[in-house]
Design a binder for this molecule. Sequence first.
Ligand code: FES
Ligand SMILES: [Fe+2]
Length: 382
Amino acid sequence: MTDTNPILDQLQDLLDLATGRVNGPEPCLHRIAVDLYASQQHFEREWETIFARRPLVLCHSSELPHAGSTLVHDEFGLPMLTSRDQAGHVRTFLNVCRHRNMRLVETQGFHQLKSLVCPYHQWTYGVDGQLRNIPREADFCDIDKSELGLVELPTEERDGLVWLKLTPRGHMDLDDTLGTIGADLAAFGIPDAVVYANNTRELECNWKLIHDAFLDGYHVVRLHKNTVGAFFPDCISTSQQCGLHIRSSVARNEILEAKTQQRSKWNPRTLCTFAYTLFPNAIVIMHPDYTSLIRLVPLSADRTLFSHSMLVDEMPGTEKARAHFDKSFELIDQGVFQAEDIFVCEGAQKGIRSGANQDLLLGANEIAVKQFHDLVEREVNR
Ligand code: FES
Ligand SMILES: [Fe+2]
């Protein structure tokens, strides 16, 4: 990493906070209206202005490893399939036959396919979406197979992530969207990582409550006191907006070791924990020896699909290494996320529903939550 690396600059900020060279953030009080988490009307507005328009993280590149690797997915509200074609490009199509609209591949999830055969009359498409064969083609007059490929949605693979836009036949503007954050993902090895484990569940809370929980340095030693809290000093955290995304980090106990190391030798994964909010639907958390990739699909004002994948540098080759990552996944996915972070998100949604409060309150160490909500509101009102 070079001296101008923003990751190391942020690590320097954490070190300055940890050593008392600079003061923590000024006291403040911000309010977020509970209605923004509870109103179905607001949810629909967010969907139209953000999710229907912005590129969304679909999966990690390693989940579509070969030509013909296909993910069938309906959760964004359209029947879609995303395949790697023979040329290596990842492409998304509506999972809908061009003949009489039948769904092409029935079962959700990952498949390895050679072609897509419609069950109704067996029109057959390549994984590149091209219509290859029509049984009894001569029965149709004036039909041009080259015009009857599957309807495509903009999809692009970048820095290890597959991004999708929910606009059939639309245009992808990933350079604009990603900005400098792609270099961060590359610096943390995300493009070469592989998915080792995944757990997907439906949560009873608004999608923004989940982002809030992962942007908040205030709760770490408190909510997580029986699990990972002991690895972190209290409220040595910082965040920076990068276009639409947020790079946030919390110091680990090892942070003071940075004082005696050359900056070029700093290891961001062991000195602190970086978490990226990839607007609008992903969170990437850089743990010491693996990465959590969380993808969110808002389903309604108070329901969200939460998909957590563990990324590792390479597939573990020994029983011992597998046991290590199995144990780590169990701890982070069940012990930390499910029992602690998700527990408070779902608990807060119940509290919001009760009408006890008009607002949520944010203090100095929750300022990244405020940054995120400002971004959402800017999008909604644009
Ligand atoms: S509807 Fe697909 S082949 Fe007829
Ligand atoms: Fe947490």
